[in-house]
Design a protein around this ligand. Structure first.
Ligand code: ADP
Ligand code: ASP
Ligand code: MG
Length: 817
């Protein structure tokens, strides 16, 4: 004998019922089958809605009832029933539907809904569905016997979640079920109290009905047919890329279902476990998939964590007070009061100081819990030995479950560090001595993020997903997007890294998609779906998405953008920036950035602030980190200025032409005045000096301008170009004189014993910077370890390709941590 339960989505309409019939027909050829069915999907919710509305005297209950009737009529109408079956069925369902209407009318007059009436109304869903499916089976030629669960399952009168009298129930089931018949069908969820009133087994209770039948009949197997491929590693509605857990123990299944894995109703496990009946969870949409087998002999597989679950909308209650320490009976009174009030405790912790007990209950029990606790501790509260009861909301209870967790150390450690890296704070935590379950409370806002972070960490998901928000679509930004688009596939295959760009913004428009923007069409996405968001709104959206492993990538030159870093770092979003403004602003701001990233366990990376893709900042950090001291730096740090002076000096191009070329090739800042004034180089040497450990400000730098005053005072590029052209002759003269001395111009930045200076210098052929070409940068560093011959880093120091690849390298270095 096998008991097969089909849930709401597996009986949603005639197509699904045909599938059910195929599955049952195949099985019934091998062994007898008892089929237990749920209401058509969504009907139980509609019934609840109808009776609530009626009791609230809301006339809209009529339209809810109409929907219920229409759903059933449509379902019946789509079967080619014979007249005989059809008239029998219509007679069977007309009566309950009429009765439903009458009860709701009565409710709307009285305006009061008792649990007894509610249970009665809620039972109609299964009554109707089981009759329709019975008729459909008969019509398909199956020899099926209808049995009414209400005549067999006897309960107490906790109407909406009744407790079963197993002795009486088992006896009755054995009486009713003909062991020689091939197929029986019974409604799930519904039962009767010993005084004959309708009761239900609680929401999701059809699973339990099936388990009760399986236990009473000593079935060889209990099959739960649903809409997913078995027990998954997490709720597929909250986590993508979940996997089916092929086998698990009853205890694991119990923990997972109790803590929120809705796929199986928690009480279902017990009757099956008591008789060692395997429970198989199968997908009626994919019947050939093996699904999950729950038994006392699960296979040893590689997953020591079997699943993650989450119960949302809970209340965390704290009982605290100095009068609790060492006083026996305090906890006993608490649990007694809660159990008298029938309040279910989901989770409990008490610190060893005994000063505080905190526990989690369902949100809807909060006021009841407060009332009974205030009564139980009335005396102590009055004497201030116990504080007023404290209840917190907007929380979720997350559980990590697996039998084999007890054989492993470091699981809790890994869990905490995964959460810590993503800025998720744990509000309360409990682990039982079976070590099968670690459960903890987090803010509701972090629930989905928590599940995804842990799923990635514990189920060794194929890829680590990293979410990028990219600000700036100029030369560097567009190149970076191109590089990411090309690399995306290779990162996945080679580096197990799934780089998703979830936001792209320029100064006008922002396009956001938490699932990732298709980078082949980012421009049209921005143009067609882009919204005009303020930076504040964008920052809030990023915080609202609250995606794990998030990185803000700033490839703008905007001061406003640099102002959102702090808040994002504090929200556990990493920052990678090519924008120099933040790191070269006041020392106090710079220090705060560093401090925030340390505090929140996130990175602030700005390698491309100096030398584009050249490894300058990381080299200095490594030297300092390993105990070296940097005494002196001499460097050419402006790719654009070097290009300009190289074109003038080596190729005889005029000053204004050289600047125009540099601008057109994307070597200059968006405003070339920033390069020509030396400000850009000042920022760079300031950033490097700070990395060496100096507390410097921009004002501490001596900059010797090579331009006459007022040259750079312009409102447009055209105006600036006019000013530059006026200097062409002067530069030409100086160039000829310099060439005669065999010298070259280099715009140098120096750090010497704590003093920083920048300016145009004339160097001869003995200087290592003499042979620099184009946009090359060079940096020479004299340190304790590189005392006599400096460390030299040289290469292309500007250009979209090298800058974008430097930014991407920073992104990847964060992703690989
Ligand atoms: P049925 O109507 O068949 O009884 P339910 O809706 O009660 O189906 O349960 C199946 C649903 O449970 C799935 O569609 C899925 O969204 C949800 N679910 C939550 N957690 C899990 C999990 N760990 N594994 C599988 N399904 C889960
Ligand atoms: N129809 C009931 C519910 O939706 C019982 C079940 O489907 O298991 O809760
Ligand atoms: Mg269910």
């Amino acid at each position: 004998m096998v008991v097969m339960k089909f849930g709401g989505t597996s009986v949603a309409n005639s197509a699904r019922i045909h599938q059910l019939i195929d599955i049952v027909r195949n099985h019934s050829n091998e062994e007898p089958v008892v089929v237990v069915v749920s209401a058509l999907s969504g009907i139980t919710n509609l019934l609840e809605e109808a009776c609530q509305k009626a009791a609230n005297k809301n006339e809209a209950y009529h339209s809810t009832l109409d929907t219920i009737i229409r759903r059933h009529e449509e379902c019946i109408g789509s079967f080619p029933f014979s007249p005989a079956i059809s008239s029998e069925l219509i007679a069977q369902i007309r009566e309950p539907l009429n009765r439903l209407g009458i009860i709701c009318r009565g409710l709307s007059l009285v305006g009061d809904l008792t649990l007894k009436t509610k249970a009665h109304i809620m039972s109609f869903g299964e009554l109707l569905s089981s009759r329709i499916i019975n008729a459909a089976m008969k019509s398909s030629g199956l020899d099926v016997i209808f049995i009414d669960s209400r005549e067999m399952i006897v309960t107490d009168n906790h109407f909406m979640s009744a407790r079963v009298d197993f002795e009486e129930t088992n006896w009755r089931i054995k009486q009713h079920v003909d062991l020689n018949a091939r197929i029986h069908i019974a409604p799930g969820y519904i039962a009767r109290s010993d005084s004959g009133e309708s009761t239900t087994l609680g929401r999701g209770g059809s699973d339990y009905t099936a388990a009760i039948f399986a236990g009473a009949l000593d079935a060889s197997r209990l099959e739960i047919w649903t809409d997913v491929n078995g027990m998954l590693s997490a709720d597929p509605k909250l986590v993508r890329d979940t996997i089916t857990i092929p086998t698990m123990s009853y205890e694991e299944a119990m923990e997972l279902s109790y803590f929120g894995a809705k796929v199986i109703y928690p009480p279902t496990i017990q009757p099956a476990m008591a008789k060692q009946i395997p429970i198989v969870i199968k997908n009626s949409f994919e019947p050939d998939h093996d699904g999950t087998t729950i038994s006392n002999k699960p296979d040893k597989d590689s997953h020591f964590v079997k699943g993650l679950t989450c119960i949302q909308d809970i209340a965390l209650v704290t009982l605290t007070g100095s009068g609790m320490i060492g006083v026996p009976g305090i906890a006993q009174r608490l649990f007694h009061a809660l159990s008298e009030a029938e309040i279910n405790i989901l989770f409990i912790t008490q610190s060893s100081s005994e000063h505080t007990i905190c526990f989690v209950i369902n949100r809807q029990d909060d006021e009841k819990a407060r009332r009974v606790m205030e009564t139980a501790y009335e005396f102590e509260i009055k004497l201030r030995k116990i504080e007023p009861i404290h209840i917190e909301y907007d929380l979720a209870l997350v559980a990590v479950v697996g039998d084999s967790m007890r054989e492993r150390s470091g699981i809790a450690g890994k869990l905490f560090s995964l959460l810590g890296e993503n800025g998720i704070n744990i509000r309360a935590i409990a682990q039982g001595s079976t070590e099968r379950n670690i459960s903890f409370v987090v803010n509701q806002h972090n629930a989905t993020k928590t599940l995804n972070v842990l799923h990635e960490g514990f189920f060794l998901s194929k890829y680590k997903t990293v979410h990028l928000y990219l600000l700036g679509t100029g030369n560097v930004g567009a190149t970076l997007i191109k590089q990411i688009a090309i690399g995306q596939k290779a990162f996945k295959e080679g580096g197990s890294l799934d780089l998703k760009v979830c936001g792209i913004a320029n100064s006008k428009l922002t396009c956001l998609d938490p699932l990732g923007i298709d980078l082949d069409h980012w421009e049209s996405c921005l143009a067609n779906q882009g919204k005009s968001l303020s930076l504040m709104d964008l920052k809030n959206e990023i915080k609202q998405f609250n995606l794990r492993n998030s990185i803000l990538v700033d490839v703008t030159a905007s001061e406003e953008v640099s102002k959102i870093y702090n808040d994002l770092l504090a929200s556990s979003v990493h920052v990678v920036t090519a924008n120099k403004i933040a790191a070269s602003s006041s020392y106090e701001d710079y220090r705060q950035l560093k401090e925030l990233s340390a505090q929140h366990n996130v990175r602030f990376l700005n390698e491309t602030n100096v030398g584009a893709g050249l490894p300058i900042i990381k080299t200095i950090r490594d030297l300092v980190l390993t105990g070296d001291r940097i005494h002196r730096i001499q460097a050419v740090l402006s790719g654009s200025l070097n290009y300009i002076f190289d074109r003038i000096g080596s190729d005889g191009v005029s000053f204004s032409t050289a600047v125009t070329e540099a601008r057109e090739r994307g070597y200059t800042e968006p405003n070339p005045a920033l390069d020509l004034s030396g400000k850009d180089v000042m920022r760079k040497i300031l950033i490097l000096s700070r990395e060496t450990g100096l507390r410097l400000e921009m004002d501490d730098i001596r900059n010797k301008s090579f331009l006459p005053d007022g040259t750079l005072d312009s409102n447009s590029w055209e105006e600036l170009l006019g000013n530059l052209k006026n200097l062409d002759d002067r530069f030409e003269k100086e160039r000829i004189a310099l060439a005669a001395e065999n010298k070259r111009w280099r715009y140098m930045a120096t750090l010497d014993d704590g003093h920083v200076a920048t300016g145009l210098e004339e160097i001869d052929s003995t200087h290592p910077a003499y042979h620099l070409k184009g946009t090359d940068n060079i940096i020479l560093m004299w340190t304790d370890r590189y005392e006599h011959r400096p460390m030299v880093i040289a290469g292309a120091g500007a250009g979209p390709e090298v800058t974008a690849s430097g930014v991407l390298a920073d992104v990847i270095s964060i992703s690989n941590v």
